[in-house]
Unconditional design. Structure first.
Lengths: 438, 224
């Protein structure tokens, strides 16, 4: 087989030159009076036409335009990999007994090709728990994808997996990647990239399955479904499954492995709610809620570092000004479009600043050893239930500082806030049964 | 609720009492307010010859180097927003995005004085891959004459992938179609193109149009 056919194993891609003895599928086909893209399976808009009335798909335009004249080529996945006889796992770390038990359960379900969810609290060591199962899957000659809706998760993960599975060649795919696609047994990619695959993977691991935009995008959920082989299975990883996944668990449609304790064996800090009436009006006059001021003053006396979450980027500057009036000047504001974002986060890690005022961008994926958290306006719609639980998970991540406060200042108790409190309570109840400490 | 044609976010149209009073269909913008604000037209401070946005109204450095009389007008500076637009419209081939610029091109054409409108053509190879001419896509019924053709052999590479030096050394890619002289003779011709970068393409086209017997040739581009 030539090199080009390898490029098509389990893929669904357009080619500049049609290969011999391979018939392509039309990329945008007519369904009734509408047209449907065969890559993203979305309906093209009525007016999405090229001059000669040729329909094209705007939904997956970023992956290269498909029109009714384009052909998609695919070769069924042959799993043509070098046989791995020994365990490919070269990771030398140790799983804690609780992690090992969870890993064992994950592996057992993989062996029966059962789709499952690993629900582990933030800071439980999800990635490492999957290693034994992944090693087994690779040994079976399975083609595996490790995907996440967030590109930064993929980029952070790739070197870790490369170190843990040194013998397994991996492909890393994301929008604007510098290296071209290669046929590899282990693919690490963003969920968007799965649109280019067709029944390729025996196992798809979805990291941060609740993260934006996967949770709300039928396009990406369809991509997950179609990239998986008919005989394949998936493994979802999350700390905060959404309503839909929780419903599937309740109805026993989805096997679940819980890990309600963090790696150091302590419970999650509970989310405290305090009512702060009209805090936006007070903030407009340069004042913060009294309770928050008292809390932050206490931190300052103890030289305790903290994160203050606000709903919108526009709130950061007034909050910083209000804090400066209280004499708290050793902090900075960080938001998504901040050019110095990584530098400021690093300053916080190094202890160069005492606090960060930030938006939901720091809700997941960042670890500071010893911080407390306050949320101003936790009832704002930008803070979803998952976001609040993730924010609570920023506290107590270090073995030496396993406890802390998470206080949300709200104008009213909303459903999302109560759901977040309930999710933390439920996880902690399970954790206590396993001997977790508050 | 409508989604913005460009960024896909929902468009929120505030309904005022006046709108209700007028008792007609509500104005339905095709792009959202944020996208509209990204597009900032060139103001009055610009180069009088090529239309480039600058602090003064003197002839710009590039035009000094050309040292000729070809005049171009441009609507937008070729900034980050316009680059993003051209990337999606022209290079990704999102033909629907033509609707974003159609009203702006219509207004700009109304301000120009010309007899014959000549859009810059694309090669046959580009027609096959892109499927549309990005310049004529912006036209909404304005009459135009496709008197120029471009030979594929003369464009082995995209202009946009070259350096300034390479672009300036591009040989003449255009030729006139048969019978162009009858259309052009004694007429004021306006050339329409997407982006004016070095001015090379437009000047090549203008030279051919002049050979066809046009009285005057000027240019209009979306971006400079």
């Amino acid at each position: 087989m030539t090199d080009t056919s390898e490029q098509l194993y389990g893929r669904r891609v357009p080619l500049a030159q049609a290969p011999a003895k391979l018939t392509g599928q039309t990329a945008v086909v007519q369904v009734g009076r509408r047209w449907r893209c065969q890559r993203c399976h979305q309906l093209a808009g009525e007016t999405d036409r090229l001059p000669q009335n040729v329909p094209y798909c705007r939904h997956c335009l970023n992956l290269g335009r498909l029109t009714a004249l384009t052909k998609l080529y695919t070769i069924p996945e042959p799993n043509r990999f070098r046989m791995v006889t020994d365990s490919p796992l070269t990771w030398s770390g140790q799983l804690s007994p609780r992690q090992a038990a969870a890993a064992e359960q994950v592996l057992a379900r993989l062996k029966t090709r059962t789709s499952q969810l690993l629900w582990a609290v933030t800071g439980a060591g999800k990635t490492e728990i999957v290693y034994p199962g992944l090693a087994w899957a690779l040994q079976q000659g399975w083609r595996v994808a490790w995907t996440s809706p967030r590109v930064d998760v993929c980029l952070e993960l790739a070197p870790r997996l490369a170190a843990a599975f040194t013998g397994i060649p991996q492909a890393v795919l994301y929008g604007g990647q510098p290296v071209p696609y290669a046929y590899r047994q282990l693919t690490i990619c963003t969920t968007h990239q799965l649109l280019r695959f067709d029944q390729a993977f025996d196992l798809i691991i979805v990291d941060e399955v609740d993260a934006f935009p996967l949770a709300t995008s039928p396009l990406l959920q369809g991509a997950l479904r179609r990239a998986q082989k008919k005989t394949g299975c998936h493994l979802y990883l999350t700390a905060t499954p959404g309503e839909d996944l929780q419903r599937q668990i309740k109805r026993r449609r989805l096997a679940v492995t819980y890990l309600p304790l963090r790696y150091h064996g302590y419970l999650l800090p509970p989310l405290t709610v305090k009512i702060a009436w009209h805090w936006p009006d007070r903030l407009a006059t340069g004042r913060l809620p009294r309770g928050l001021v008292r809390q932050l003053r206490a931190y300052r006396r103890r030289v305790q570092r903290f994160l203050l979450f606000v709903p919108h980027v526009a709130d950061i500057a007034p909050v910083l000004r209000a804090l400066a009036r209280l004499g708290m000047t050793h902090g900075v504001g960080v938001h998504a479009a901040d050019p110095q974002r990584t530098a400021k986060v690093q300053q916080m890690r190094d202890g160069a600043v005492d606090f960060l005022v930030t938006t939901t961008i720091l809700e997941r994926g960042v670890t500071f050893p010893n911080v407390m958290v306050a949320i101003l306006g936790g009832d704002d719609p930008v803070f979803s239930t998952a976001a609040l639980v993730q924010i609570a998970g920023r506290v107590g991540r270090h073995r030496d500082f396993p406890r802390g406060d998470v206080v949300s200042y709200c104008q009213s108790q909303t459903r999302t806030v109560r759901r977040a409190q309930r999710m933390i309570r439920q996880l902690n109840r399970r954790g206590r049964r396993l001997g977790g400490q508050a | 609720m409508r989604a913005c044609l460009w960024c896909g976010r929902p468009i929120v149209v505030p309904v005022t009492l006046a709108d209700i009073w007028h008792w007609g269909p509500l104005p339905t913008p095709i792009i959202c307010r944020a996208c509209r604000q990204r597009l900032q037209p060139i103001g009055s401070a610009k180069c009088p010859q090529c239309g480039r946005q600058q602090a003064t109204v003197q002839r710009c450095h590039d035009c000094e180097r050309w040292d000729d009389a070809f005049v171009n007008h441009a609507i937008f500076p070729y900034d980050a927003a316009l680059k993003a637009y051209m990337q999606q419209y022209k290079f990704q081939g999102d033909y629907q995005l033509r609707l974003v610029m159609q009203p702006l091109i219509r207004e700009a054409l109304a301000r120009e004085h010309y007899d014959v409108l000549v859009p810059i053509p694309i090669t046959a190879a580009t027609w096959r891959t892109r499927g549309f001419n990005q310049v004529t896509g912006w036209l909404t019924g304005q009459p135009f004459q496709q008197v120029l053709t471009v030979s594929a052999a003369s464009k082995p590479r995209d202009q946009s992938s070259k350096t300034r030096q390479e672009r300036l050394q591009t040989p003449q890619p255009f030729s006139l179609v048969a019978g162009a002289a009858t259309v052009l003779a004694g007429k004021r011709v306006l050339l329409l193109d997407d982006v004016y970068t070095t001015g090379r393409t437009l000047r090549h086209a203008a030279a051919q149009i002049s050979l066809g017997g046009a009285q005057a040739v000027t240019g209009l581009t979306l971006a400079r």
